[in-house]
Design a protein around this ligand. Structure first.
Ligand code: NCC
Length: 276
């Protein structure tokens, strides 16, 4: 992959499939009369393009970064899981347009998915890994964590919050893309929420800035900016193919090295910008 240009890598990602969410007519939800629970409007209109988009990783190296204003200057700001802004505005900003949440956050009581204001009045994309090649019906019967109960409850409590379920086959499209470009075998686990966030935005942004996905000089062993746990596997991966994701994204980057390693973000041009 290192012989490919940024454009070739980004356009190949488009070719691997636009990320899809579950829609009304997808089985088994249609037959179960749950189809109408999904939002009527799509996550983005087909032709909707934003000038600038920010993907804010939850990395420990955001701590002390002072990137908050730079992040908030973007038209769209995407965050992950329960990563807070309150109390961390100087480093991560305060604007949130979309949150990508995994099924642990949706299903486990300690994250308070149904009641916390973090998950209201923004767009939400919730995901849970299916097994490779499983149908949606098989996934519904055997999710990794029970995402469905809380997701549908959240829909009925907050009908005006556009919250979507990711079509899990999109996760495996992304995995196939990563594996096809890697010289080594990649463990068959879905990409991290970070990679998914980028793939969601590339069709709809002139460019996407990803904050501390490639660790800057601020990197320590710290896992998250919002807690004090030290764990290098948060940055380099243990279950997700996170290092492979990061190598690929660094090759898609068009920002200079000062921006990447001192300021702490990479810039990836959107599909439309590149004419993919
Ligand atoms: O930690 P997590 O990830 O919520 O982080 C969101 C995204 O930020 C990027 N990241 C994070 C930390 C770090 N040091 N470097 C980074 O680059 C990654 O791209 C990551 O995807 C997830 O992807 O959903 C994940 O979720 C956590 C956890 O479930 C939630 O935070 C809820 O507590 C997973 N941790 C565990 O299961 C223990 C993590 O593996 C993946």
């Amino acid at each position: 992959y290192d012989k490919k240009t940024a454009r070739e890598l980004v356009c190949a990602l488009k070719k691997s499939g636009i990320v899809r969410t579950v829609v009304k007519d997808d089985e088994p939800f249609k037959s179960m009369d749950l189809g109408d629970s999904f939002p009527q409007q799509p996550l983005f209109g087909d032709d909707q393009i934003y000038e600038s988009c920010a993907v804010v990783s939850s990395a420990g190296s955001l701590h002390g970064s002072d990137l908050g204003r730079t992040i908030d200057d973007h038209d769209v700001v995407l965050r992950f899981n329960h990563a807070p802004t309150e109390g961390y505005e100087a480093d991560v900003g305060q604007k949130t347009t979309i949150r990508v949440v995994n099924s642990q956050v949706v299903s486990k009581p300690e994250y308070n998915f149904l009641d916390s204001p973090l998950y209201k009045d923004i767009k939400i994309v919730a995901w849970d890994p299916s097994k490779y090649n499983h149908t949606m019906d098989q996934w519904y019967k055997n999710p990794d964590h029970d995402i469905f109960t809380s997701y549908f409850k959240h829909r009925s409590l907050n009908p005006d919050t556009p919250s979507f379920l990711l079509n899990p086959s999109s996760l495996w499209d992304l995995w196939d893309y990563i594996q096809a470009l890697m010289p080594l075998r990649v463990r068959r686990n879905p990409p991290s929420s970070g990679f998914l966030g980028l793939a969601l935005l590339l069709p709809h942004c002139t460019h996407v800035d990803m904050f501390e996905f490639i660790p800057s000089f601020r990197m320590t062993k710290r896992c998250h900016y919002y807690d004090h746990v030290d764990d290098m596997s948060c940055t380099f991966g243990v279950w997700h193919p996170l290092s492979a994701e990061k190598l690929l994204l660094l090759s898609m980057n068009i920002a200079n090295q000062t921006t990447v390693f001192r300021d702490g973000y990479i810039r990836i041009p959107g599909y439309q910008t590149l004419g993919c």
